[in-house]
Design a protein around this ligand. Structure first.
Ligand code: SF4
Ligand code: SF4
Length: 406
């Protein structure tokens, strides 16, 4: 598994913020060491592939939840020996790691948790499940149906029972509450980092901000680094003239602020984000599953029924597999008001039908309601269309600048 992407490297010179960024640049290595040590202590590894999967229940079972989503183009050809070429690259890349055996976290996984989201994933899980122990959470798709939340809550109760039996443990209320606190703390810190981008001159690029995450949640050392980065970046006030921060790619004036939406941009697949920012913009907010969507809401720690509280938080995730998915449009409205973008750019992985079709409504929202220019980029993990994407992004930015000049 690759440890690093080849994107522009952070150049924040504020010692503490720079150290925090460097920590997350080596995130895969840290996760490897953490998971290896945890296994040596007898903790099971549980692979997950979607933000609907509640990490709190896995942590409460004493297991290590690891995101297995693939961001590598290299594992796609091996996957295509089994999967159709015309399939989302995220699904193919993830499965390619199973074919090649090159993801140690997948190799170590004592259990893989899947869920009934998009069709491509569901059917891929059946193939993966032939080789790995697999548990499938049934996600109801009609988000506004009151019975759907009840069904999802029951699914999570069954999941808890499954983990208890499989790992011969008891998930007590106390353990659940501790896991809820831990995950709320992690989400809160990542939210505060993302909020720094509301500044007129954000202290980070979007490419730097997306580094601040880990494929394993709840690692105390990561939380410390979130805190360190946050403290030092907040202290600098995002001011490029601050003695703490030298002129960096992030602190140079950028004329265009971008609200990014669409599919998840998993580790290693940040190419389009880089192309957008290399064209002179800063991505001030990412609505997708690798950005703000999963961290906007916490689990209600005061709820007397912790599994129900977890179910509620996760079922509020506005993914395009839900119908209707009105929560996503509300999120885009509030992010637009908060981060003040000049345009909306949507990334769609090729053959992702749900996000692709939903993009019709996103365009309408952006152009007609938010009065923001909208650009849809449909692509995969191959760099073959980079020049074409850059040209389209540059044309959009030129139009925005020309309009601003009047
Ligand atoms: S976009 Fe939907 S299916 Fe994909 S990780 Fe997010 S919630 Fe899961
Ligand atoms: S990007 Fe779309 S097709 Fe790919 S896994 Fe996510 S929802 Fe499914």
């Amino acid at each position: 598994m690759e440890c690093r992407s080849s994107g522009p490297q952070p150049s924040v010179s504020n010692a503490s913020a720079g150290a925090a960024l460097r920590w997350f640049e080596d995130m895969i290595d840290h996760c490897y060491d953490y998971a290896e040590a945890a296994r040596a202590q007898g903790r099971p590894v549980v692979g997950i592939m979607c933000e609907f999967t509640p990490r709190e229940i896995i942590l409460a079972a004493g297991a290590v939840p690891v995101c297995l989503c693939g961001g590598s183009a290299a594992t796609i050809p091996p996957a295509e020996q089994f999967l159709p070429a015309n399939l989302c690259p995220l699904i193919k890349s993830t499965f390619g790691y199973q074919v090649t055996g090159k993801n140690p976290f997948l190799n170590w996984a004592d259990l893989v948790v899947a869920e009934t989201t998009c069709d491509g994933k569901k059917k891929m899980f059946e193939l993966m499940g032939a080789a790995k122990p697999m548990y499938v959470l049934e996600l109801p798709h009609k988000a506004e149906n009151a019975a759907a939340l009840e069904h999802w809550t029951q699914e999570l109760h069954k999941f808890k029972a499954h983990l208890e039996e499989r790992f011969n443990t008891q998930i007590t209320e106390e353990k659940l509450r501790a896991a809820i606190q831990l995950m709320n703390r992690e989400r809160g810190l990542r939210r505060q980092l993302a909020d720094l981008m509301t500044q007129d001159q954000p202290p980070l690029t979007g490419r730097q901000l997306i580094e601040f995450k880990s494929i394993i949640s709840g690692i105390e050392a990561d939380l410390q680094q979130y805190e360190n980065g946050l403290k030092s970046l907040s202290a600098s006030g995002g001011d490029a003239s601050s003695p703490n921060v030298t002129a960096t790619k992030a602190s140079l004036p950028r004329e265009i602020r971008v609200l990014l939406t669409g599919v998840p941009i998993v580790h290693g697949a940040e190419r389009v984000l880089e192309l957008i920012e290399n064209a002179g913009a800063v991505v001030v907010a990412m609505e997708n599953c690798t950005g703000l969507k999963p961290i906007l809401e916490d689990v209600d720690a005061a709820d007397p029924a912790p599994i129900r509280a977890i179910a509620k938080k996760y079922y509020h995730l506005p993914c395009s597999v839900l119908t209707p998915n009105s929560g996503r449009f509300d999120t885009l409205r509030s992010l637009s008001a908060k981060f003040r973008p000049d345009c909306v750019i949507e990334i769609i992985w090729q053959a992702c039908l749900t996000y692709d079709i939903e993009s019709i409504q996103v365009r309408k929202l952006a152009e007609e309601e938010l009065k923001l220019p909208y650009l849809k980029i449909t692509t995969d993990y191959s760099p073959s269309d980079s020049a074409r994407i850059s040209a389209r992004v540059e044309a959009l930015f030129e139009t925005i600048k020309a309009k601003a000049k009047g």
